[in-house]
Ligand binder design. Structure first.
Ligand SMILES: O=P(O)(O)O[C@H]1O[C@H](CO)[C@@H](O)[C@H]1O
Length: 295
């Protein structure tokens, strides 16, 4: 397809294509992940905590799209974290890169086929709320999927019943139990002062918001804004994954925001985000018995 073709154009993806990618990965690694983590801009170090890693460049994985954004390495890392088998995307796909929304969310369905039960999404986001400043961490309690509201939705097109229903509910898609657990962990780690819950809104990007747009989003009840996450969560919820989401606040409104500054805040807060996610995974209940296969 033409690289500038509009993102809503590819409305079908054969179930076999997800299965082929999942089968290929299972033939290459003995890990059978229970938890998947998607790293936001500048947060790729979340994968560093995984033990016994198997790493694959996206370019080598059949069917995978390629990362094009600085700060998104383009690697899938499998490994163990505190007794849980995990897979981590070091680099996500954004609509503004020219991927169809089905492609941006392709890995989520592959994770489902690998046996993943819980998806952790992280992102860098701009604050629109008075109480959220750069360096703070927002637990996502709900989202506004602006592209989705106007029909740019990865679930548009024929429904794949093997993954989920035609009309999935999105209320409660950010798991309440995990949100409470994360807040408890923040208190124990002494970082509760950095944390609060809020509403994330996805906009299309790639430009940052104008001043008037930021003001509009603020009036609409949005706490933090970014250019990702919502489609992944929609697809994950559709196929029954439990979701937890974190936004690292990298800037306030649109004041002199730039991608370098976004990545810099990611580096500054990397340890804290890493500790929170590690503890959450360590404590979370997992129902399936996916484990690393001994070879
Ligand atoms: O959402 P993530 O991938 O963290 O990235 C955020 O950071 C980039 C802008 O600096 C945009 O891609 C925005 O969505």
């Amino acid at each position: 397809p033409h690289p500038r073709s509009f993102t809503g154009t590819s409305l079908t993806q054969n179930h076999d294509e997800y299965q082929k990618t999942a089968d290929w990965l299972m033939s290459q690694t003995r890990h059978r992940p229970q938890v998947a983590i998607i790293c936001g801009s500048g947060l790729g170090m979340l994968a560093d905590t995984l033990k016994c890693q198997d790493t694959f460049a996206y370019a080598d994985i059949p069917g995978f799209p390629q990362s094009t954004v600085q700060g998104h390495a383009g690697r899938l890392v499998f490994g163990e974290l505190k007794g849980k088998s995990c897979v981590c995307m070091q680099g996500r796909f954004h609509m503004y890169e020219g991927h169809s929304l089905l492609k941006t969310t392709f890995p989520v369905r592959v994770f489902k086929l690998l046996g993943v039960e819980t998806l952790i999404v992280t992102n860098a986001a701009g604050s629109l709320a008075d109480g959220l400043k750069p360096g703070d961490i927002m637990i996502i309690k709900d989202h506004v999927n602006f592209p989705g509201l106007v029909g740019l939705n990865p679930l548009s097109g024929p429904n794949d019943d093997k993954f989920g229903p035609r009309f999935p509910a999105m209320s409660g898609c950010y798991d309440k139990g995990l949100r409470c657990q994360a807040m408890e962990i923040a208190k124990e780690l002494g970082v509760a002062g950095l944390m609060q819950e809020g509403v994330y809104a996805m906009v299309g990007g790639p430009n940052f918001e104008s001043i008037a747009e930021a003001r509009l989003l603020h009036r609409l009840g949005v706490d933090a804004v970014g250019m990702s996450t919502a489609p992944e969560v929609v697809v994950a919820t559709h196929c029954g994954l439990r979701v937890f989401g974190l936004s690292l606040i990298t800037n306030k409104d649109t004041d002199s925001v730039n991608h370098e500054g976004v990545l810099e805040v990611g580096r500054l807060r990397s340890k804290t985000v890493q500790q929170l996610v590690t503890e959450l995974i360590s404590r979370m209940e997992i129902n399936n018995n996916n484990t690393t296969n001994a070879v």
